[in-house]
Design a protein around this ligand. Structure first.
Ligand code: NAD
Length: 356
């Protein structure tokens, strides 16, 4: 693939390759768009089959971050770092400090964070070399309750749009995955008096925890969750769960959960869901609580403020649902329209010269 053609087609700003001889650190940082602010995106370590796969993954993920942050109302652009290697063996203080120096060399155009195969401890090493890192120990803490809180308000928005009433207690829910985010989501739904909740899990510890803490939340086998006769199906486990096989089984009129990349093919399955008359809350908008939470580290972290900011997902989703209806497009596409529109208008507004 010709990288410059790809950059031109999708409006990328920068691709940075780096290699450190001492530690074997090898990777790439992509900055997609910094119209709204510095490009934020996590650092992922993966044993990619080829360099080409690594760069493509980084390009795709960085662009996703641009839209995620824009749709979350943040003053951030989109970026990503992927490191090519075996996370079991490549990690060390020196390895992450070497990465921190490359991040620092970008002079604040890019801010990193944890992602697949990196954690807060690794971020502490990066922090020894640069301030352009978030997700540090003792700052914004566990993002999962915040993400789930955003999903809870996203579900309310979907109920409002679909039924004209967002009172959670009138409806029933089927949750796929009761891990970090699914568990908190179930707790918020119970607190709001949800009529009935079903869940599925593959982790025995999580099944046991639910039985002990909330025996009224009913377990169902994994293959039955799609066909549950409920008002809302909440995917909170894996990606690509909305596909040719599962969509025909879904009875719920609303799909809204925390999981990332749930549409196996954005256009094909976005349209399939739309044609079935199901209202789908776009994943990167409804699960934006995590990025909103770490963003607050940059402006002075306070959990109450982060939780309040996340509640605005409600209004954003209502706007996106209206765009989808007006333009007769699926909601995932409407969410991109919404994000691009914010980037364009804010970018234009900020073009004028003001002396400081
Ligand atoms: P997690 O690993 O804590 O929870 C996922 C749960 O799903 C696990 O308990 C797992 O056992 C279960 N599971 C896996 N396969 C399953 C199956 N086939 N059927 C039923 N259950 C199954 O992860 P999480 O942090 O809750 O994240 C869930 C999703 O939300 C992911 O897609 C993640 O990318 C996304 N997300 C999470 C956050 C966050 O703040 N944690 C933020 C944004 C997006």
């Amino acid at each position: 693939m010709n990288k410059f053609d790809y950059m031109e087609k999708h409006d990328y700003e920068q691709i940075v390759y780096f290699y450190d001889k001492t530690t074997g650190l090898k990777g790439v940082t992509v900055i997609h768009d910094t119209t709204l602010g510095p490009a934020l995106g996590g650092t992922r370590i993966w044993n990619y089959a080829s360099e080409e796969d690594a760069v493509m993954d980084c390009l795709r993920l960085a662009r996703g971050m641009t839209y995620k942050s824009a749709a979350a109302g943040l003053n951030l652009g989109g970026g990503k770092t992927v490191l090519i290697g075996d996370a079991q063996t490549c990690k060390s203080e020196a390895y992450f400090r070497a990465l921190g120096r490359y991040v620092q060399s970008l002079n604040g155009r890019y801010i990193t964070a944890e992602d697949v195969n990196t954690n807060t401890k690794d971020m502490e090493f990066i922090h020894m070399e640069t301030d352009h890192v978030v997700g540090l120990e003792g700052r914004s803490g566990n993002p999962s309750p915040v993400t789930a809180w955003g999903a809870f308000h996203g579900i309310r928005a979907a109920l409002k749009h679909r039924f004209g009433n967002d009172d959670v207690s009138n409806y029933s829910y089927a949750i796929q995955g009761a891990g970090q985010t699914g568990y908190y989501l179930i707790n918020y739904l119970i607190e709001a008096g949800a009529k009935k909740i079903y869940f599925t899990e593959i982790n025995q510890r999580h099944i046991q925890r639910m039985a002990e803490e909330h025996p009224t939340v009913e377990f169902v086998p994994t293959n039955e969750i799609y066909g549950m006769d409920v008002d809302v199906f909440c995917p909170c486990a894996l990606g690509a769960v909305l596909n040719d096989e599962t969509i025909p089984q879904i009875k719920a009129p609303i799909i809204a959960g925390t999981a990332n990349n749930v549409l196996q093919d954005e256009d094909r399955h976005g349209n399939m869901i739309k044609d079935k008359g199901i209202l789908y809350a776009p994943d990167f908008v409804i699960n934006g609580g995590g990025v909103i939470n770490v963003y607050h580290e940059l402006i002075g972290y306070n959990r109450d403020n982060a939780m309040k900011a996340v509640e605005k997902i409600y209004d954003r989703l209502l706007t996106i649902f209206k765009i989808a209806e007006k333009e007769d497009i699926h909601t995932q596409k409407a969410a991109i329209v919404f994000a691009k529109d914010r980037i364009r208008t804010i970018g234009e507004v900020r073009q004028s010269y003001i002396p400081r």
